[in-house]
Design a protein around this ligand. Sequence first.
Ligand SMILES: Nc1nc2c(ncn2[C@@H]2O[C@H](COP(=O)(O)OP(=O)(O)OP(=O)(O)O)[C@@H](O)[C@H]2O)c(=O)[nH]1
Ligand SMILES: [Mg+2]
Length: 301
Amino acid sequence: MTTRAGFVALIGEPNAGKSTLLNRMVGAKVSIVTHKVQTTRTRIRGVAMEGEAQIVFVDTPGLFQPRRRLDRAMVAAAWGGAADADIVVLMVEAHRGITEGVERILEGLTEIAKGRTVALAINKIDRVPAEKLLSLSEALNARFEFARTFMISAERGHGVADLRKWLAAELPESPWLYPEDQIADLPMRMIAAEITREKLTLRLHQELPYQLTVETENWEERKDGSARIDQVIYVMRDGHKGIVLGKRGETVKAVGQAARAELEEFLDRKIHLFLQVKVRPNWLEEAERYSEMGLDFKDGN
Ligand SMILES: Nc1nc2c(ncn2[C@@H]2O[C@H](COP(=O)(O)OP(=O)(O)OP(=O)(O)O)[C@@H](O)[C@H]2O)c(=O)[nH]1
Ligand SMILES: [Mg+2]
């Protein structure tokens, strides 16, 4: 039996649908998804099987012009993901087309492309009429030599099976890299923190989600099969703490309930989740915060 295996990095602008595609490929939610940009902060691996091939998808933070230290570390992690992969899939949003951001990514791709296959996935095709897709595909292929172009809807699943089959065939012959039943390569405490951050991002408005981070501080297994998880939400200002807590603590309570429900489903067991909000004016400049997120602090320099 010839097995194949390798890494496929999903790159693109923030909000392109990378995490949605990863989750669909894996068949489980391993990477958080929101309607806001800059949701994913680090590289997240999800494993999918296709016949005798094991495809390790690498979800990456969106590529954009970084300003803050955290932004720079995120963008470095995204390009690093592409540079380590056997195949790179650039995701472009069908309805937005070739934005300035896409142009910049295409420039960066030329460097990364050396010695690896790069495919194009035009995503969110459910949002545009079919006629528009052909001209967008032509325009993108005129700018970069993609090995293949796929028209997909990561959310609805259109075109996803074709993409997966093609990727499987393109991967090098290799033994599998993960046990066959493993779907993610992220410590459980980090997945748990990400779930809480997703619920916070969905609930909070404006800039606040970009200025907070969530860490799992403690995970205690209980005799009855349940687990107690303690998490800290770090914010930068007193005012932010008030917003996260909400009136009489209503906001953080609702976030905690939503996160707990999802964690219980994911882990298939009872979870006791305790959230605490701490003000930490300088967390964006603390190396430990970055390592907790799976980012390299130095990349943010
Ligand atoms: N209509 C439509 N929406 C989609 C599709 N794929 C993803 N979305 C939506 O696009 C938004 C962003 O999706 P994500 O998967 O979080 O995007 P991302 O590229 O991971 O974003 P960052 O992590 O911020 O870089 C979410 O609201 C998704 O539901 C699609 O095929 N069609
Ligand atoms: Mg994402």
